[in-house]
Design a protein around this ligand. Structure first.
Ligand code: F6P
Length: 499
């Protein structure tokens, strides 16, 4: 589609947050809502009723409703690759044939999990999952968030090609009791295949007679997995139309389904499906992913904010910022429209973040007094994840809320070094509890928000050609005999010697 015209958004009247609250007693109810166990509050952003009207019009001009329907209907909305975008079908929401296919693949996954639990592959106690990007970040987030009290299996997820990561992961693992799970949509990714080979070598050296008998493959390229040596009965395929960074709902979620239990996995899918239905059938001005995207776009387009920060005031969600970095930046970090026109406005902001309260003692100085305006997103969970003195959780939540208030309010002081400008925006997501259902809904919320951002920006959120060049040049460098620029040649010679 054509590049978007942001003039209506840029010319919106700008009032300070303090003034917006002062003139509108209904502001909190206008800009907050509850969906699937999550309370969303955008009242501390600069969105107003007028801004919502302008964005709803823009969404109409961008064809958001039609594109949303096209996604759920399984149309090829990933235009640059001629593919449908069907992660929602994994949750039972989508084209009927794709939903049926996903159900079959899930049944296959469940049967394998049952067999492993019945020790058909021997006394498995450890799961060594190798994968990278979307084939690691999602499972890692799920296992880290929900697996703290689980004593079913030890799960290690290795992504980096740095052997240090693999060495650390296998420390304490018994090769004979380890299931090697190779997760790769393409089954060609250099890091994953190298890690898989090293894991096989470790098992062989550890005395496992048939290491390939302890391998499971999660992939949309089953033929490649067979070629590599995985037995057909232990290949868990998923649909090609499920993008890598949207794939934790497919067999890529296997370490969570096995490590935490099938019921947990299923509840997570149900929570995501609830968010899918909310996104699909709710008017834009009461639709959580849509409103969140409006706030995102207000700050990138009207205020030219270059980054957005996400702080999880919950240790269990500490991996969420890195998960979101891939989801948002790989999806919307683009510079042309989906029809190839150059874009002259900012696309995805840089997503960064961390955990509260740690981040308060490290990066919040810049948020309060720096020259950058950074829209902040706070996440917190009402039900504690710990059983220590309740003051821990109380302090955690109080701090999350107080930081949002302080960013907004600021403080005057005769000494400029001690003055806070205030009027700094934030939004808050307050979860009732962190269970599989709510986590599923939360992740689906972020997926749809990313999609809405992409549609309004006029870009295709579902390709990622920008990662190819670096991979190709690394391959060329690995093969040698290539002439790079003087700096790169020098670095290669220093590391490997020149011959
Ligand atoms: O290089 C980027 C990327 O293609 C991501 O989009 C993807 O999640 C990751 O690599 C891993 O790819 P695969 O699952 O095919 O190994």
């Amino acid at each position: 589609m054509a590049a978007c015209d942001w003039s209506a958004i840029r010319s919106l009247e700008t009032k300070s947050l303090g003034d917006l609250f002062a003139v509108d007693a209904e502001r909190v109810s206008l800009l907050s809502l509850d969906v699937a166990g999550i309370h969303f509050d955008w009242s501390k952003t600069h969105l107003t009723a007028d801004a919502l009207d302008a964005f709803v019009k823009l969404a109409g001009d961008a064809g958001l409703a039609g594109k949303r329907e096209a996604m759920f209907a399984g149309e090829a909305i990933n235009v640059t690759e001629g593919r449908a975008v069907e992660h929602t079908a994994e949750r039972g929401e989508g084209a009927s044939d794709s939903v049926a296919m996903a159900k079959n693949f899930h049944a296959r996954m469940r049967a394998l999990i049952d067999a492993i639990e019945a020790e058909a592959l021997g006394p498995i106690r450890h799961i060594l999952h190798v994968g990278i990007g979307g084939s690691a970040l999602g499972p890692d987030l799920l296992v880290d968030a929900l697996g703290r009290d689980s004593d079913r299996y030890d799960v290690a997820i290795v992504s980096n090609v740095d052997g240090v990561a693999m060495e650390e992961a296998i420390k304490g693992f018994d090769p004979a009791a380890t299931l090697l799970v190779i997760a790769s949509k393409t089954f060609t990714t250099t890091e994953t295949m190298l890690n898989a080979n090293s894991a096989i070598q470790w098992m062989t050296e550890g005395g496992v007679e048939d290491p390939y008998g302890q391998v499971v493959a999660l992939t949309a390229s089953p033929d490649k997995a067979t070629e590599w040596g995985v037995d057909e009965t232990r290949i868990l395929p998923f649909n090609e139309s499920v993008g890598g960074r949207y794939s934790l709902w497919s067999s890529i979620g296997f370490p969570a389904a096995l490590g935490l239990g099938w019921d947990v996995f299923e509840e997570m899918l149900e929570g995501a499906a609830e968010m899918d239905r909310h996104f699909r059938f709710t008017d834009f001005n009461a639709n959580a992913p849509v409103l969140a995207a409006f706030a995102d776009l207000y700050y990138t387009q009207a205020r030219r904010c270059e980054t957005r920060a996400v702080f999880a005031y919950d240790e269990r969600l500490r991996l969420l910022p890195s998960y979101l970095q891939q989801l948002e930046m790989e999806s919307n970090g683009k510079r042309v429209t989906d029809t190839g026109e150059a874009i002259d406005y900012p696309t995805a902001p840089i997503t960064w973040g961390g955990v509260g309260t740690d981040a308060q003692h490290a990066v919040f100085q810049l948020l309060h007094q720096g020259t950058h305006i950074v829209p902040v997103e706070f996440l917190a969970v009402i039900e504690p994840g710990d059983v220590l003195d309740p003051d821990h959780h109380r302090q955690l939540l109080i701090n999350a809320f107080a930081q949002g208030a302080a960013l907004m309010k600021g403080r005057a002081n005769d000494d400029p070094a001690r003055a806070y400008p205030g009027d700094r925006p934030s939004s808050t997501l307050l979860l009732d509890t962190l269970d599989p259902r709510t986590l599923g809904a939360l992740i689906a919320f972020y997926e749809h928000r990313t999609f809405v951002n992409g549609v309004l920006l006029g870009i295709n959120s579902f390709d990622q050609f920008g990662v190819e060049l670096g991979k190709e040049m690394a391959k060329a460098a690995d093969q040698g005999g290539q002439d790079f620029d003087a700096s790169t040649n020098d670095l290669i010679a220093r590391a490997f010697g020149s011959d």
